[in-house]
Design a protein around this ligand. Structure first.
Ligand SMILES: Cc1cc2nc3c(=O)[nH]c(=O)nc-3n(C[C@H](O)[C@H](O)[C@H](O)COP(=O)(O)OP(=O)(O)OC[C@H]3O[C@@H](n4cnc5c(N)ncnc54)[C@H](O)[C@@H]3O)c2cc1C
Length: 443
C-alpha cells in the first residue's frame, strides 16, 4: 500500500500558508506612503519581517504540541518536529532582520531614531519587550543549531523552555505597538495565533502530563544483549491499554527513584511488541545515562507511558506492495514489531529485511528474526556485517535485492547508515516518495 505522502505535504503546506495570513492582512493595510521613499520601504520591510517572524514563532510553538494523532497528517512526530524546527529557524531569521531594518529605515530618514530602536530609553516597554524576546530566542534556539555541537538533551530541553517567556514578551511587544494590521484586526489575528501557540505549550506542559500519561508496571525484563534490555509493560488499568500500530513509539518516564539516572525523565522508545499483544514491549539500548540506568530496572516498578506517536509504516500489519527494510543496530525495533504483528495475523508479506550490524554478536534478536522470516510467507532476511563487508554499498543493495526499484523502502538505524542508504537509493533512481525513514534523533 502506497503511503499518503500528499497528506504530509498538504499538512505542511497548510501550516506555511497559515503563517502568511497575518502577512496578507498586513499587506492589505499598506498604502502608497509605505513605499514612497527608501526609508519607508525599509520601514515596511522591518514591520513585515516582524509580522512574519511572530506568526512563525507562534506556529512553531503550536507545532510543538504532542497530542497523539496530531502528528499523523505530517507523517509522524519526527517529521512534524522537523517542520517545527524549520519554523523556529525561519522565525529567528525574520526577527533578527526586524529591528535591523527598522533601525536602517530610521537612519535613512536622517533621524536620531536608530538610537531609539537600538538603545531605547528604560521607560520604552514596547521596544524593550521586543529586544528581551529576541535575546531569549537567541539563547533558547542556539543549542538547536549543530554549529554549537551536539547538545545534552536534558540541558537543551531546559534552555528550550525559555520559549514560553520569549513568546509572551513578543506578544506584549506586538500588542503595545499594535500597528501591524488594519484597525481591530491586530487583536483578533494575534489572539488567535497566541491561542494556538500558548495552548499547545500549555497542553504539552500541563494536560499531556496529567491526562496523556498512563501508568504501566514493568512485569518482565529480558536481557537481549549485554547493553540491551527488553521490558514488558502492563497497563495499571486494563481500560487504558494503548491502541497503537507497529512502528509507533511512546515516551516512557521511569518512576523508580532508585535508578542511577533518568528517574522522572521522558525518553522516546519504539514499541517492539505486536499491537495484538496484551502488554507493551520496549527494547532499550544503553546509549546514554538514562538508557544505561534502565538496564538494571527490576520487575514490579512503574513507568508512565505517553503516546502513541509516529507513522513509520502505512498501516499496521498490512502490506500489499513489496517492501525493502534496512535496519541498523537498535533500529531493528520497528521492524521487529511489524514482523511480530504479521506473524500474529498469520499474514504473508513480500518483505526483504537487510539488518546491518557490526558483527554476528551485535545482531539483536537474530534467532527470533530468522524464525519470524521463516514463519511469514514471502519474507526474507539478510544480515550485513560491517567488519566483513564494510559500509553498505549500492552494489550490495542491488545484488541482495535485485528488484529493489519495485519496492517501497523503509530505513531505521544510526544517522550515517540512514543517510548512506538513502544516497545509494537516490543514485539507483528511487524517488523520494518511495523512501521512508525513522530517525532515533533528538525530539
Ligand atoms: C522516535 C524514536 C524512537 C526511538 N526508539 C528507540 C528504541 O526502540 N530503542 C532504543 O534503545 N532507543 C530508541 N530511541 C533513542 C532513545 O530515545 C535515546 O537513546 C534515549 O533517549 C537516550 O537517553 P539517555 O539519557 O540514555 O542518553 P543521553 O546521554 O541523554 O543521550 C544519548 C543520545 O540520545 C539522544 N536523546 C536523549 N534523550 C532523548 C530524547 N528524549 N529524545 C530523543 N533523543 C534523545 C541524545 O541526543 C543523544 O544523541 C528512539 C528515539 C526516537 C526519537
Amino acid at each position: 500500500m502506497r503511503r499518503p505522502m500528499i497528506s504530509a505535504r498538504l499538512a505542511r503546506g497548510l501550516v506555511w500558508a497559515l503563517a502568511l495570513v497575518p502577512v496578507v492582512f498586513f499587506s492589505i493595510g499598506l498604502g502608497a506612503k509605505d513605499f514612497s521613499s527608501a526609508s519607508s520601504i525599509l520601514n515596511t520591510l522591518g514591520r513585515l519581517t516582524g509580522v512574519l517572524g511572530l506568526a512563525l514563532l507562534l506556529l512553531a510553538a503550536a507545532l510543538s504540541a504532542r497530542v497523539p494523532g496530531f502528528d499523523q497528517p505530517f507523517g509522524g512526530l519526527t517529521k512534524l518536529w522537523h517542520t517545527h524546527h524549520l519554523f523556529g529557524a525561519a522565525a529567528l531569521l525574520m526577527l533578527l532582520a526586524h529591528p535591523l531594518l527598522l533601525a536602517l529605515a530610521s537612519a535613512t530618514h536622517g533621524h536620531q531614531l536608530p538610537v531609539k530602536v537600538l538603545f531605547p530609553p528604560l521607560s520604552d516597554t514596547a521596544t524593550w519587550s521586543g529586544w528581551a524576546a529576541l535575546l531569549l530566542m537567541m539563547v533558547f534556539l542556539a543549542p538547536s543549531f549543530s554549529f554549537f555541537g551536539s547538545p545534552m538533551y536534558e540541558r537543551w530541553k531546559r534552555i528550550h523552555a525559555l520559549a514560553g517567556p520569549a513568546i509572551i514578551l513578543a506578544l506584549v511587544h506586538t500588542f503595545l505597538f499594535s500597528r501591524t494590521m488594519p484597525v481591530n484586526l491586530d487583536t483578533a489575528i494575534w489572539t488567535l495565533f497566541a491561542l494556538l501557540g500558548v495552548g499547545a505549550v500549555a497542553w504539552r506542559l500541563i494536560f499531556s502530563r496529567r491526562a496523556g500519561r498512563v501508568t504501566h508496571t514493568i512485569v518482565d525484563v529480558q536481557a537481549v544483549a549485554n547493553n540491551v534490555v527488553e521490558l514488558t509493560l502492563q497497563p495499571a488499568r486494563p481500560e487504558r491499554r494503548l491502541n497503537y500500530q507497529a512502528g509507533n513509539f511512546v515516551y516512557m518516564t521511569p518512576l523508580d527513584k532508585s535508578l542511577a539516572a533518568g528517574h522522572g525523565e521522558e525518553h522516546p522508545y519504539t514499541l517492539s511488541s505486536s499491537p495484538t499483544e496484551p502488554n507493551l514491549r520496549i527494547a532499550i539500548k544503553d546509549l546514554g545515562d538514562a538508557s544505561r540506568a534502565i538496564q538494571s530496572v527490576t520487575p514490579g516498578t512503574t513507568v508512565k507511558i505517553e503516546g502513541p506517536y509516529g507513522r513509520f509504516f502505512p498501516t499496521s500489519g498490512e502490506t500489499s506492495s513489496p517492501e525493502l527494510w534496512v535496519a541498523g543496530g537498535i533500529g531493528i525495533t520497528p521492524f521487529l514489531a511489524r514482523l511480530r504483528h504479521l506473524r500474529a495475523l498469520k499474514q504473508a508479506a513480500d518483505i526483504h529485511l537487510i539488518y546491518a550490524v557490526q558483527d554476528e554478536a551485535r545482531a539483536l534478536y537474530a534467532d527470533e528474526l530468522r524464525e519470524l522470516a521463516n514463519a511469514i510467507p514471502d519474507t526474507r532476511l539478510t544480515f550485513h556485517y560491517f567488519y566483513k563487508e564494510g559500509p553498505i554499498s549500492a552494489d550490495f543493495l542491488t545484488t541482495t535485492c535485485p528488484d529493489l526499484d519495485q519496492r517501497e523502502v523503509f530505513i531505521c538505524g544510526p544517522l550515517p547508515l540512514n543517510k548512506l542508504v538513502q544516497e545509494h537509493l537516490r543514485r539507483i533512481g528511487l524517488p523520494y516518495s518511495r523512501i521512508h525513514t525513522e530517525e532515533f534523533e533528538l525530539l
